[in-house]
Design a protein around this ligand. Structure first.
Ligand SMILES: Cc1ncc(COP(=O)(O)O)c(C=O)c1O
Ligand SMILES: [Zn+2]
Length: 366
């Protein structure tokens, strides 16, 4: 594998030679991140590939950024943009991460791997695995939207449906991996998946929304938020950006481990209830502390929103702006409303909300 980078523990800073299947620090068990020996130039995101020009691409990234004039007026904002992540090749923001992870896997000669997902990451990795000629096993909740399950199947991946909450799919994948010895690429933990997300920050830096003041994320494992922070850090380090935007973390009240941690609230995983926001139904996110640090470092907030506001915002986004996002994506808009009400976001602030996934994949909430 490429020696153009190393892997570094986010907690104890242990440095490791790169391997695809090391998902946790062997010393302390915390997640890892990619580290480069040289400084960034800030022109394009550095990638942990020996041959970046041979990246497996389906046309991910550079998603459209559009104004939301009606919602902005209703909320009293003057500068509100949506980044249409559902226009990515497989209909969610996950494709940037899959392109990098699968390209690293191909350089390492991998032919078969295991992934666990609420649906979108599984669909995305299945597509890139197909393009790379790899066999992908996806463990996903049997309750996942039919559109997501159809994608996983049509790309030729093996879908292992698991009854129960999202965590049950992770547990089943872990067991399968230990029984069968097939590599686990877990997008929630892989430093390479996270690395692909950096491009989100670079893309935004080149738009009329820049310099962005606030970005509002619906967060399950936090891959987009953490990846965006890494991209912003590179841009600041390279002198291309003076100040990072505040990165805000929004979760459903029903499952809010990260928001609770940001706000110093005790929230045991046993307190989890069900939420319509299937993409963020993650009760024990492995990168929790990293998201908390990212939000604090950038002056962001953690906000929890209720089910009625999520369902309401999915409809409102569609009816006011013609955008059909997933219910999970609507979580960010419900969070935006709260951040304005709380005085965190003011009328002239420059605000970007990623619409992370397509509404076409799941049945409409009743
Ligand atoms: C549509 C959508 N939005 C947001 C998220 C949350 O992403 P992350 O788990 O990386 O925080 C997901 C994750 O599956 C998703 O599918
Ligand atoms: Zn460590």
């Amino acid at each position: 594998m490429s020696l153009s980078h190393t892997l570094r523990c986010i907690a104890c800073a242990e440095s490791l030679q790169p391997t695809l299947t090391t998902l946790e620090c062997p010393v302390c068990g915390f997640p890892l991140e990619v580290e480069y020996p040289d400084a960034p130039d800030g022109l394009s995101p550095r990638l942990p590939l020996s041959r970046p020009e041979e990246i497996i691409s389906l046309g991910e990234g550079n998603t459209p950024l559009i104004h939301l004039p009606r919602i902005a007026a209703e909320l009293g904002l003057n500068q509100l943009w949506a980044k249409l992540e559902f226009e990515a090749p497989t209909g969610s923001f996950k494709d940037r991460g899959s392109a990098v992870l699968i390209s690293v896997a191909r350089e390492a000669g991998l032919t078969e791997f295991v992934e666990d997902s609420s649906g979108n990451a599984g669909a995305s990795l299945s597509a890139y695995a197909a393009a790379a000629g790899m066999l992908c096993h996806v463990f996903a909740p049997s309750s996942a939207g039919i559109g997501k399950k159809n994608q996983i199947r049509v790309f030729g991946a093996l879908l292992h449906e698991v009854e129960g909450p999202r965590q049950a799919s992770t547990d089943a994948a872990r067991e399968f991996v230990s029984e069968r010895g097939i590599p686990w690429l877990s997008h929630a933990m892989s430093p390479y998946f996270m690395e692909g997300m950096k491009a989100f920050a670079y893309e935004l830096s080149d738009t009329p929304a820049a310099p962005v003041g606030h970005v509002i994320f619906p967060v399950g494992n936090g891959s987009l938020l953490i990846g965006a922070l890494k991209g912003y850090r590179e841009l600041v380090q390279a002198g291309k950006l003076a100040e990072m935007p505040a990165l805000h973390c929004v979760q459903a009240e029903a499952i809010r481990p990260i928001v609770a941690a940001i706000n110093n609230e005790d929230w045991p995983a046993g307190a989890a209830a069900t939420t319509i926001a299937s993409g963020i139904s993650v009760t024990s996110p492995p990168r929790l502390s990293q998201v908390v640090d990212a939000v604090r470092e950038t002056g962001g907030q953690g906000v929890a929103v209720d089910e009625a506001s999520i369902i309401g915002w999915q409809k409102r986004l569609a009816m006011s702006e013609g955008i059909f996002g997933e219910a999970t994506s609507a979580v960010a808009f419900a969070g935006l409303e709260r951040l304005i009400a709380d005085g965190v976001i003011a009328s002239d602030d420059r605000v970007v909300v990623p619409v992370t996934g397509s509404g076409l994949k799941e049945p409409l909430p009743q």
